[in-house]
Design a protein around this ligand. Structure first.
Ligand code: SF4
Length: 290
Protein backbone atom coordinates (compact mmCIF):
# COMPACT_ATOMS: atom_id res chain seq x y z
CA UNK A 1 0.00 0.00 0.00
CA UNK A 2 0.97 3.61 -0.10
CA UNK A 3 2.19 5.35 3.01
CA UNK A 4 -0.94 5.74 5.09
CA UNK A 5 0.54 6.75 8.44
CA UNK A 6 -0.63 10.36 8.07
CA UNK A 7 -3.73 9.52 6.13
CA UNK A 8 -6.43 12.14 6.54
CA UNK A 9 -9.44 9.91 6.28
CA UNK A 10 -8.89 7.46 9.09
CA UNK A 11 -8.57 7.67 12.85
CA UNK A 12 -6.67 4.42 13.40
CA UNK A 13 -4.61 2.03 11.35
CA UNK A 14 -4.70 -1.66 12.27
CA UNK A 15 -2.50 -4.34 10.75
CA UNK A 16 -3.65 -7.87 11.61
CA UNK A 17 -0.60 -9.23 9.81
CA UNK A 18 2.22 -8.07 7.60
CA UNK A 19 3.31 -9.32 4.20
CA UNK A 20 1.90 -9.51 0.71
CA UNK A 21 2.68 -10.08 -2.93
CA UNK A 22 2.65 -7.59 -5.77
CA UNK A 23 -0.37 -8.00 -8.01
CA UNK A 24 -0.44 -5.01 -10.32
CA UNK A 25 1.18 -1.76 -11.43
CA UNK A 26 -0.17 0.03 -8.35
CA UNK A 27 2.11 -2.19 -6.29
CA UNK A 28 5.33 -1.26 -8.12
CA UNK A 29 6.62 1.04 -5.41
CA UNK A 30 4.91 -0.65 -2.47
CA UNK A 31 5.74 1.28 0.68
CA UNK A 32 4.91 -1.71 2.85
CA UNK A 33 7.39 -3.97 1.05
CA UNK A 34 10.16 -1.40 1.41
CA UNK A 35 9.37 -1.09 5.09
CA UNK A 36 9.35 -4.88 5.46
CA UNK A 37 12.80 -5.05 3.87
CA UNK A 38 14.10 -2.35 6.19
CA UNK A 39 13.14 -4.43 9.21
CA UNK A 40 14.23 -7.68 7.55
CA UNK A 41 17.88 -6.74 7.11
CA UNK A 42 17.40 -5.65 3.49
CA UNK A 43 15.15 -8.53 2.36
CA UNK A 44 11.36 -8.28 2.34
CA UNK A 45 10.99 -11.58 4.19
CA UNK A 46 7.19 -11.50 4.18
CA UNK A 47 6.79 -10.66 0.48
CA UNK A 48 6.06 -12.79 -2.53
CA UNK A 49 4.62 -16.24 -3.22
CA UNK A 50 5.55 -18.72 -0.53
CA UNK A 51 6.84 -16.08 1.86
CA UNK A 52 5.29 -16.41 5.31
CA UNK A 53 2.99 -13.64 6.41
CA UNK A 54 3.67 -12.38 9.92
CA UNK A 55 0.72 -12.10 12.28
CA UNK A 56 0.92 -9.12 14.63
CA UNK A 57 0.96 -9.48 18.40
CA UNK A 58 -2.02 -10.27 20.63
CA UNK A 59 -1.50 -6.85 22.24
CA UNK A 60 -1.95 -5.24 18.84
CA UNK A 61 -5.10 -7.27 18.23
CA UNK A 62 -6.56 -5.95 21.51
CA UNK A 63 -6.27 -2.30 20.44
CA UNK A 64 -9.50 -2.17 18.39
CA UNK A 65 -11.41 -3.48 21.42
CA UNK A 66 -10.13 -0.49 23.40
CA UNK A 67 -11.04 1.93 20.58
CA UNK A 68 -14.48 0.38 20.50
CA UNK A 69 -14.88 0.95 24.25
CA UNK A 70 -13.85 4.60 23.83
CA UNK A 71 -16.50 5.22 21.21
CA UNK A 72 -18.66 7.40 23.46
CA UNK A 73 -15.81 9.77 24.26
CA UNK A 74 -14.78 9.93 20.61
CA UNK A 75 -18.32 10.63 19.47
CA UNK A 76 -18.75 13.41 22.01
CA UNK A 77 -15.65 15.10 20.63
CA UNK A 78 -16.08 14.49 16.91
CA UNK A 79 -19.82 13.81 16.41
CA UNK A 80 -19.10 10.81 14.24
CA UNK A 81 -17.96 7.21 14.42
CA UNK A 82 -14.30 6.19 14.48
CA UNK A 83 -12.75 4.82 11.30
CA UNK A 84 -10.15 2.07 11.23
CA UNK A 85 -8.06 1.56 8.12
CA UNK A 86 -7.24 -2.12 8.11
CA UNK A 87 -4.06 -3.56 6.64
CA UNK A 88 -1.80 -0.78 5.43
CA UNK A 89 1.04 -3.36 5.42
CA UNK A 90 -0.87 -6.22 3.81
CA UNK A 91 -4.06 -7.10 1.93
CA UNK A 92 -6.96 -8.63 3.87
CA UNK A 93 -7.93 -10.75 0.85
CA UNK A 94 -4.45 -12.07 0.08
CA UNK A 95 -4.62 -15.78 -0.97
CA UNK A 96 -1.42 -16.59 0.92
CA UNK A 97 -2.84 -15.63 4.30
CA UNK A 98 -3.99 -18.38 6.65
CA UNK A 99 -7.82 -18.32 6.32
CA UNK A 100 -8.06 -18.79 10.11
CA UNK A 101 -6.37 -15.39 10.57
CA UNK A 102 -8.95 -13.77 8.31
CA UNK A 103 -11.75 -15.46 10.27
CA UNK A 104 -10.23 -14.05 13.48
CA UNK A 105 -10.13 -10.61 11.89
CA UNK A 106 -13.82 -10.78 11.00
CA UNK A 107 -14.62 -11.91 14.55
CA UNK A 108 -12.81 -8.79 15.74
CA UNK A 109 -14.69 -6.59 13.27
CA UNK A 110 -17.99 -7.96 14.51
CA UNK A 111 -16.91 -7.56 18.14
CA UNK A 112 -16.32 -3.85 17.56
CA UNK A 113 -19.63 -2.52 16.20
CA UNK A 114 -18.78 1.06 17.20
CA UNK A 115 -15.95 1.18 14.67
CA UNK A 116 -16.22 1.54 10.91
CA UNK A 117 -13.64 -0.74 9.30
CA UNK A 118 -12.20 0.32 5.96
CA UNK A 119 -11.03 -2.72 4.04
CA UNK A 120 -9.18 -1.61 0.92
CA UNK A 121 -8.02 -4.38 -1.37
CA UNK A 122 -6.24 -4.95 -4.65
CA UNK A 123 -7.90 -8.38 -4.76
CA UNK A 124 -11.57 -7.44 -4.95
CA UNK A 125 -12.20 -10.60 -6.97
CA UNK A 126 -11.40 -12.70 -3.89
CA UNK A 127 -13.87 -11.05 -1.53
CA UNK A 128 -17.08 -12.93 -2.33
CA UNK A 129 -15.52 -16.40 -2.15
CA UNK A 130 -13.45 -15.65 0.96
CA UNK A 131 -16.49 -14.33 2.86
CA UNK A 132 -18.08 -17.78 2.77
CA UNK A 133 -15.01 -19.68 3.97
CA UNK A 134 -14.82 -21.56 7.30
CA UNK A 135 -15.44 -19.24 10.25
CA UNK A 136 -16.38 -16.37 7.95
CA UNK A 137 -19.67 -14.45 8.24
CA UNK A 138 -20.93 -15.11 4.70
CA UNK A 139 -21.37 -11.41 4.00
CA UNK A 140 -19.67 -8.22 5.02
CA UNK A 141 -20.62 -6.98 8.50
CA UNK A 142 -22.55 -3.70 8.47
CA UNK A 143 -19.58 -1.79 9.92
CA UNK A 144 -17.32 -2.53 6.93
CA UNK A 145 -16.57 -0.08 4.14
CA UNK A 146 -15.24 -2.02 1.18
CA UNK A 147 -12.77 -0.37 -1.19
CA UNK A 148 -11.01 -1.42 -4.37
CA UNK A 149 -7.73 0.08 -5.51
CA UNK A 150 -7.92 1.18 -9.15
CA UNK A 151 -4.93 2.74 -10.89
CA UNK A 152 -5.76 2.44 -14.60
CA UNK A 153 -8.63 1.81 -16.99
CA UNK A 154 -8.01 -1.93 -17.27
CA UNK A 155 -8.38 -2.33 -13.51
CA UNK A 156 -11.49 -0.13 -13.54
CA UNK A 157 -13.12 -2.28 -16.21
CA UNK A 158 -12.13 -5.51 -14.47
CA UNK A 159 -12.67 -4.65 -10.80
CA UNK A 160 -15.39 -2.01 -10.40
CA UNK A 161 -18.16 -4.46 -11.41
CA UNK A 162 -16.84 -6.88 -8.78
CA UNK A 163 -16.92 -4.16 -6.13
CA UNK A 164 -20.44 -3.14 -7.07
CA UNK A 165 -21.62 -6.73 -6.96
CA UNK A 166 -20.59 -7.03 -3.31
CA UNK A 167 -23.14 -5.80 -0.78
CA UNK A 168 -21.46 -3.35 1.62
CA UNK A 169 -22.53 -0.41 3.76
CA UNK A 170 -20.09 1.78 1.84
CA UNK A 171 -18.26 1.00 -1.38
CA UNK A 172 -15.35 3.15 -2.41
CA UNK A 173 -12.47 3.45 -4.84
CA UNK A 174 -8.92 4.37 -3.92
CA UNK A 175 -7.35 5.63 -7.14
CA UNK A 176 -3.80 5.98 -5.97
CA UNK A 177 -1.30 5.99 -7.53
CA UNK A 178 -3.38 7.21 -10.45
CA UNK A 179 -1.41 6.15 -13.53
CA UNK A 180 -3.63 7.25 -16.43
CA UNK A 181 -6.94 8.84 -17.30
CA UNK A 182 -9.75 6.60 -16.07
CA UNK A 183 -13.44 6.70 -16.89
CA UNK A 184 -15.38 5.46 -13.88
CA UNK A 185 -18.75 6.92 -14.73
CA UNK A 186 -20.39 6.99 -18.13
CA UNK A 187 -21.60 10.34 -19.44
CA UNK A 188 -25.13 9.36 -18.41
CA UNK A 189 -24.31 8.86 -14.75
CA UNK A 190 -23.07 6.02 -12.56
CA UNK A 191 -21.93 2.84 -14.18
CA UNK A 192 -24.21 -0.20 -14.27
CA UNK A 193 -25.25 -1.52 -10.89
CA UNK A 194 -25.48 -5.29 -10.83
CA UNK A 195 -27.16 -5.48 -7.42
CA UNK A 196 -29.70 -2.76 -8.12
CA UNK A 197 -28.48 -0.48 -5.31
CA UNK A 198 -29.57 3.09 -6.05
CA UNK A 199 -26.26 4.43 -4.79
CA UNK A 200 -23.69 1.94 -5.97
CA UNK A 201 -20.51 3.87 -5.32
CA UNK A 202 -20.25 6.03 -2.24
CA UNK A 203 -16.80 7.57 -2.38
CA UNK A 204 -13.78 8.11 -4.63
CA UNK A 205 -10.30 8.92 -3.33
CA UNK A 206 -7.65 10.10 -5.79
CA UNK A 207 -3.94 10.64 -5.32
CA UNK A 208 -0.60 10.73 -7.06
CA UNK A 209 2.36 8.58 -6.13
CA UNK A 210 4.92 9.58 -3.51
CA UNK A 211 8.35 8.29 -2.60
CA UNK A 212 11.44 7.42 -4.65
CA UNK A 213 10.73 6.67 -8.32
CA UNK A 214 7.22 8.09 -8.07
CA UNK A 215 5.37 8.27 -11.39
CA UNK A 216 3.89 11.65 -12.28
CA UNK A 217 0.14 12.18 -12.37
CA UNK A 218 -1.22 14.35 -15.18
CA UNK A 219 -3.38 17.07 -13.61
CA UNK A 220 -6.17 16.34 -16.08
CA UNK A 221 -6.47 12.76 -14.82
CA UNK A 222 -7.39 14.07 -11.37
CA UNK A 223 -9.60 16.82 -12.79
CA UNK A 224 -11.49 14.29 -14.88
CA UNK A 225 -12.33 12.19 -11.82
CA UNK A 226 -13.30 15.29 -9.83
CA UNK A 227 -15.71 16.24 -12.60
CA UNK A 228 -17.04 12.71 -13.07
CA UNK A 229 -17.77 12.48 -9.35
CA UNK A 230 -19.47 15.88 -9.32
CA UNK A 231 -21.69 14.89 -12.23
CA UNK A 232 -22.59 11.57 -10.59
CA UNK A 233 -23.09 13.06 -7.10
CA UNK A 234 -20.37 10.91 -5.56
CA UNK A 235 -18.13 12.38 -2.81
CA UNK A 236 -14.60 13.03 -4.02
CA UNK A 237 -11.49 13.26 -1.86
CA UNK A 238 -8.27 14.51 -3.39
CA UNK A 239 -5.68 12.95 -1.11
CA UNK A 240 -2.44 14.29 -2.53
CA UNK A 241 -0.46 15.22 -5.61
CA UNK A 242 2.37 13.05 -4.37
CA UNK A 243 5.95 13.59 -5.44
CA UNK A 244 5.03 15.58 -8.56
CA UNK A 245 2.89 18.67 -8.25
CA UNK A 246 1.03 20.73 -10.80
CA UNK A 247 3.01 23.78 -11.89
CA UNK A 248 -0.25 25.70 -11.90
CA UNK A 249 -0.52 25.08 -8.14
CA UNK A 250 3.12 25.62 -7.20
CA UNK A 251 5.14 27.30 -9.98
CA UNK A 252 8.93 27.60 -9.76
CA UNK A 253 12.25 26.06 -10.74
CA UNK A 254 13.35 22.44 -10.36
CA UNK A 255 12.98 19.11 -12.14
CA UNK A 256 10.02 19.09 -14.50
CA UNK A 257 8.19 16.29 -16.29
CA UNK A 258 6.44 17.05 -19.56
CA UNK A 259 3.51 14.95 -20.74
CA UNK A 260 3.04 14.49 -24.48
CA UNK A 261 0.25 17.06 -24.61
CA UNK A 262 2.54 19.69 -23.08
CA UNK A 263 1.15 19.54 -19.53
CA UNK A 264 3.94 19.89 -17.00
CA UNK A 265 4.41 18.80 -13.42
CA UNK A 266 7.32 19.53 -11.12
CA UNK A 267 9.15 17.40 -8.56
CA UNK A 268 8.19 19.09 -5.33
CA UNK A 269 7.99 16.35 -2.75
CA UNK A 270 4.72 15.28 -1.21
CA UNK A 271 4.53 17.97 1.45
CA UNK A 272 5.10 20.94 -0.83
CA UNK A 273 2.97 19.53 -3.61
CA UNK A 274 0.08 19.45 -1.15
CA UNK A 275 -3.50 18.54 -1.90
CA UNK A 276 -5.15 21.46 -3.64
CA UNK A 277 -6.63 20.77 -7.04
CA UNK A 278 -7.10 23.98 -9.02
CA UNK A 279 -6.85 25.83 -5.72
CA UNK A 280 -9.55 23.79 -4.02
CA UNK A 281 -9.27 21.25 -1.23
CA UNK A 282 -11.57 18.29 -1.86
CA UNK A 283 -12.51 16.43 1.31
CA UNK A 284 -15.65 14.63 0.26
CA UNK A 285 -16.84 11.75 2.45
CA UNK A 286 -19.63 9.24 2.03
CA UNK A 287 -23.05 10.81 2.55
CA UNK A 288 -24.14 10.94 6.16
CA UNK A 289 -20.70 9.96 7.40
CA UNK A 290 -18.60 13.14 7.47
S1 SF4 B 1 -1.45 -5.15 -2.49
FE1 SF4 B 1 -0.74 -3.38 -1.29
S2 SF4 B 1 0.59 -4.29 0.32
FE2 SF4 B 1 0.33 -5.83 -1.28
S3 SF4 B 1 2.14 -5.56 -2.62
FE3 SF4 B 1 0.42 -4.38 -3.50
S4 SF4 B 1 0.68 -2.30 -2.68
FE4 SF4 B 1 1.92 -3.69 -1.40
Amino acid sequence: MSEYSKIEWTDHTFNPWEGCQKVGPGCDHCYAETRNARFGGGTPVNWGPGAPRRRTSPANWRKPLAWNRDAGVFYAQHRRRQRVFCASLADVFDNAVDPAWRADLFDLIMATPNLDWLLLTKRIGNVASMLVGPGMPGRLPSNVWLGATIVNQAEADRDIPKLLATPAAVRFLSMEPLLEEVTVFSVDGPIDVPDGDASPLHWVIVGGESGPGARPMHPDWARSLRDQCAAAGVPFLFKQWGEWGSVSEVPGPGEHFHFRDGATVRRLGKKTAGRLLDGVRHDGFPMGRP
